[in-house]
Design a protein around this ligand. Structure first.
Ligand SMILES: Cc1cc2nc3c(=O)[nH]c(=O)nc-3n(C[C@H](O)[C@H](O)[C@H](O)COP(=O)(O)OP(=O)(O)OC[C@H]3O[C@@H](n4cnc5c(N)ncnc54)[C@H](O)[C@@H]3O)c2cc1C
Length: 433
């Protein structure tokens, strides 16, 4: 019998399975789709391009949460060297991204007065206690001490660091918690060499030491006996197990079980959860279009861009160059095609304004509408204290992990962090007999 059945082969499921297998527990990972990776899917296609479902990077690189999980496996993520040439889009122009508080004091993006206010805001963030601010928005936090229209227009940048660029929506506690860690670490994001494929191939190697990954096998029911998770039914068979780790977005667990068995708060959270959506465009060119290596982030427009080939030539066949641009779709996006068209035009207008030679050089383009980007937007109601517990309080042996539960950080970091917590809990109660 497997020590744990893990449902989902994204960052969360694969890292939990690797951690357990590495410490001697037998695991089975079930993945409904035909590929490992979930929302961080990344693979080399038959033409030699690394295609990714959004180019993923890892906050705080080697000092970040994803690498923490790898260190526990006795290795590290191989990140590309950090390059300090990132740019920001603000007021329709491209600017050097300031590095740290000193950089913000010197940046020509803002007037001298605004720079002083921004510095005072960063000092206030550094000293604040995140726990006192989870239930308030970034705008609330800012307005308790400051009033400067230029700095207010800059606040989306702080929200964008945790993928919620709306100051009146993002939890101040989450922004404070992340920026405090970032200021302490003094390091930006890390790009895994070869993309997320590296992450998954390393995790797979650990899982295969003591377990199996079953692709194209969908969990259809959690088996719960007398308040204990004892197995999983799939579209192929039934498994018995000591622990079930549900490693997909929380709303999906509701389809697999009698919802009343879950704690009421977890059930309600899963039913009402708010995610973000986006649109990504991958562009292939025959020449590099810019020499930027560290990427671009929008301040007053929710855009991000990566120029993978400028830093890593393993992404394309020889003589081809790839870059990925993303833009957030409006909150509560419902699949409306008109909104997608308008958002795509907005993204392309911005690209044309900041890099006029870019679009005419594109020889191939791929568009991906991403209905769920972050499974859990970090609003006050969805900030860490309010997210569901990882160990289910009403069903023994059931763990809920992924980017929608009570892990640390933001986006994929929540997935890695919740996997670490679940693996530790299972290992601490492990009885090899
Ligand atoms: C375009 C884009 C860009 C992003 N950029 C970043 C970034 O740069 N940095 C970052 O940290 N985060 C980023 N994110 C967010 C990040 O991708 C997610 O937070 C993370 O991948 C979530 O991983 P997960 O394992 O929790 O869930 P998922 O990746 O959703 O994995 C869940 C898996 O479970 C499977 N599954 C679901 N139901 C079943 C079932 N019944 N049976 C079996 N299998 C099932 C699914 O097929 C899926 O493979 C980005 C997301 C997108 C979409």
């Amino acid at each position: 019998m497997a020590e744990a059945i893990i449902i989902g082969a994204g960052y969360a499921g694969m890292s939990a399975a690797a951690l357990l297998a590495n410490s001697g527990r037998r695991v089975i990972v079930l993945e409904a789709s035909g590929m490992i990776g979930g929302r961080a899917l990344s693979y080399k296609n038959e033409k030699g391009y690394v295609w990714e479902y959004g180019a993923h990077s890892h906050r705080l690189a080697r000092k970040g949460i994803a690498n923490e999980a790898f260190k526990r496996l006795g290795e590290e993520i191989d990140f590309l060297p950090e390059v300090k040439d990132a740019k920001l889009i603000f007021k329709g122009r491209l600017w050097e991204r300031p590095e740290g508080p000193a950089g913000f004091l010197k940046t020509p993006m803002l007037s001298f007065r605004a720079r002083l206010v921004l510095l005072a805001l960063l000092i206030k963030i550094k000293k604040a206690n995140p726990s006192e601010w989870y239930d308030k928005t970034l705008l609330d936090f800012y307005k308790t001490s400051f009033q400067n229209p230029e700095v207010e227009a800059f606040l989306p940048f702080l929200g964008m660091t945790i993928m919620c660029p709306t100051p009146e929506k993002v939890s101040a506690g989450e922004v404070i918690e992340f920026l405090q860690r970032a200021l302490k670490a003094g390091i930006g994001v890390g790009e895994p060499r070869g993309g997320s494929a590296q992450i998954f191939s390393k995790l797979k190697k650990h899982i295969e030491k003591n377990g199996e990954i079953h692709l194209s096998e969908k969990a259809t029911k959690l088996i719960i006996d007398n308040g204990r998770a004892t197995g999983v039914k799939t579209d192929k068979t039934t498994y018995s197990t000591k622990n079930v780790i549900f490693a997909a977005r929380l709303p999906l667990v509701l389809d697999l079980m009698d919802n009343h068995l879950l704690p009421k708060a977890t059930r309600n959270y899963a039913r009402n959860i708010e995610n973000s959506s986006g649109l990504t465009l991958d562009f292939i060119t025959d020449k590099p279009v810019t020499n930027i290596r560290a990427g671009i982030l929008g301040v007053d427009i929710p855009i991000w861009a990566r120029f993978q080939s400028n830093a890593d030539d393993s992404f394309t066949p020889r003589g081809k160059y790839i870059s990925t641009w993303g833009i957030m779709l409006p909150w509560h996006f419902d699949g409306n095609k008109k909104i997608v068209e308008e958002t795509e035009k907005r993204l392309k207008r911005t690209i044309a304004a900041i890099l006029p030679n870019f679009l005419p050089m594109v020889v191939e383009e791929r568009k991906t509408v991403v209905p769920v980007m972050n499974g859990n937007v970090l609003t006050p109601a969805q900030s860490k204290p309010h997210r569901p517990d990882i160990e289910c309080a009403t069903i023994k042996g059931l763990y809920l992990i992924g980017d929608t539960v009570k892990g640390d950080g933001c986006s994929g970091d929540i997935s890695f962090s919740s996997a670490l917590i679940a693996a530790d809990k299972i290992c601490s109660g492990f009885n090899p007999a």
